[in-house]
Design a protein around this ligand. Structure first.
Ligand code: SAM
Ligand code: DTB
Ligand code: SF4
Length: 336
C-alpha cells in the first residue's frame, strides 16, 4: 500500500507491489515514526506481508576474522585500539579456521556467513586472504558477506570476482550525529565505499545503531538516507548499542524498547523489499520484544552465540522462539 495521503495514484512496481521510493522527506518519515505505535506497526506489517508473504527469517552467522587493534575511533566499538577494553588484538584468521566455523554455522542452521575484520580498510595482502575465505565459504553452499572497512572501487571488484554476495558497511547514524561518534572517517567516506560496493555489483548491507544518545530525528534521518540511496540496501541491520566497558559509550542510557520497534517499522515502510535485521543487542531483549520487532517487519537475525566480540542469544533460544511464533527459517537463495 502506498502510504502517502496525496491524491495522485500510487506508482506500481513490476509485480503489482507498490514501487519502492527514493524521495522520502524528513517530514513524511517523522510523521510515520511518531504515529501511535499500533498504527505504525499496522502500516509496517501491511507492507511487510505484501513484500514477504511467508513468515520466514533469514539467519546470518558472524565471525570475527581479525580482532581488535583497529586505528579508528568509533565510540561504540570495543575493537578500537584507542580504548581500554578486555578485547585482545589478534592476527587475521586462517582460511581453514574460517572454513571450520562456516561448517558449524551451516550445521546450526545459518544460511549466510559474515566475516568481519577490525580494519580501517583492507591491505592488499589482507584482502587476498579474505578472497580465499570467500571462496571456501561459498563452496559450502552458504551466502557470503564481508565487513572490512572502507573499500576502493578495485577492491570491491576483487571481492565480486570471487563471488562475494554482500558487503556490510554501516552509516551508523545521521550525518549530523555521526561526528559525535567517529572522527577518523567521514560520512562521505562511508557513502563512497557504499557506491563502490554497488558499482561492483555486490549486494549492500547497510544500517546503523540506536542507543548512542541520538535523537529521534537522527534515527529518522539515517533511515531516510538509506531509503533515498539510488538503490535500497538489500539488507538493513538495526543494531542496539552493546555497551562495552572501556568504550566512550559504555554508560549510554539504553533506548526505550519501543523506539527499537518504531525504528524497525519505519525501516520496513521506507525500504519495503529489503531484509531488516534485528541485529546487535538481542541478549538484552525479551522474547516478547523480539516478537514485536518481527511483527513490525524484521525478517533477519544474527544467529550464533557470538556477534564479533560480544554475546548473542544461543541458537537453541532462537530456534525455540521462532517455533513458538510459528515462524520459519529462510532457505539459501540460489541462482543469483
Ligand atoms: N571495521 C569494519 C567497519 O567498521 O567498517 C567492520 C566491522 S564493524 C565492527 C561493523 C559494525 O558493527 C559497525 O559499523 C557498527 O554498526 C557495529 N557495531 C560495532 N560495535 C558495536 C556495538 N558495541 N554495538 C552495536 N553495534 C556495533
Ligand atoms: C552489523 O550491523 N552488526 C554486526 C555486523 N554488522 C558486523 C556487528 C555487531 C557488533 C556488536 C559488538 C561486538 O560484538 O563487538
Ligand atoms: Fe574499527 Fe570497525 Fe570498530 Fe570502527 S567499528 S573501531 S572501524 S572495527
Amino acid at each position: 500500500m502506498y502510504e502517502q495521503t496525496s491524491t495522485s495514484p500510487p506508482p506500481t512496481g513490476p509485480s503489482g507491489t507498490a514501487a519502492t521510493r527514493h524521495d522520502w522527506t524528513l517530514g513524511e518519515a517523522q510523521g510515520l515514526f511518531e504515529r501511535p505505535l499500533p498504527d505504525l506497526v499496522y502500516r509496517a506489517q501491511r507492507i511487510h506481508r505484501r513484500y514477504f508473504p511467508g513468515h520466514a527469517v533469514q539467519l546470518s552467522t558472524l565471525l570475527n576474522i581479525k580482532a581488535g587493534g583497529c586505528p579508528e575511533d568509533c565510540a561504540y566499538c570495543p575493537q578500537s585500539a584507542r580504548y581500554q577494553t578486555d578485547m585482545e588484538a589478534g592476527p587475521l584468521t586462517s582460511v581453514a579456521e574460517v572454513q571450520g566455523a562456516a561448517v558449524r554455522a551451516k550445521a546450526a542452521g545459518a544460511t549466510r556467513f559474515c566475516m568481519g575484520a577490525a580494519w580501517r580498510r583492507p591491505s592488499s595482502r589482507g584482502l587476498a586472504r579474505v578472497t580465499e575465505m570467500v571462496t571456501a565459504v561459498k563452496a559450502l553452499g552458504l551466502e557470503t558477506c564481508a565487513t572490512l572497512g572502507m573499500l576502493s572501487a578495485e577492491q570491491a571488484l576483487e571481492l565480486k570476482a570471487v563471488g562475494l554476495d554482500y558487503y556490510n558497511h554501516n552509516l551508523d547514524t545521521s550525518r549530523r550525529y555521526y561526528r559525535e561518534i567517529i572522527t577518523t572517517r567521514s560520512y562521505d567516506d562511508r557513502l563512497e565505499t557504499l557506491a563502490h560496493v554497488r558499482a561492483a555489483g555486490l549486494r549492500v548491507c547497510c544500517g546503523g545503531i540506536i542507543g548512542m544518545g541520538e535523537g529521534r530525528e537522527d534515527v529518522v534521518n539515517l533511515l531516510i538516507t538509506l531509503a533515498n540511496l539510488p538503490e535500497h540496501p538489500e539488507s538493513v541491520p538495526i543494531n542496539v548499542l552493546v555497551r562495552v566497558p572501556g568504550t566512550p559509550l559504555a554508560s549510554a542510557p539504553p533506548p526505550d524498547p519501543f523506539e527499537v520497534v518504531r525504528t524497525i517499522a519505519l525501516a520496513r515502510i521506507l525500504m519495503p523489499a529489503s531484509y531488516v535485521r534485528l541485529s546487535a543487542g538481542r541478549t538484552e531483549m525479551s522474547d516478547e520484544l523480539q516478537a514485536l520487532c518481527f511483527i513490525a517487519g524484521a525478517n533477519s537475525l544474527f544467529y550464533g552465540e557470538r556477534l564479533l566480540t560480544t554475546a548473542n542469544p544461543d541458537t537453541g533460544r532462537d530456534q525455540r522462539l521462532l517455533k513458538r511464533l510459528g515462524m520459519t527459517v529462510e532457505p539459501v537463495r540460489t541462482g543469483q
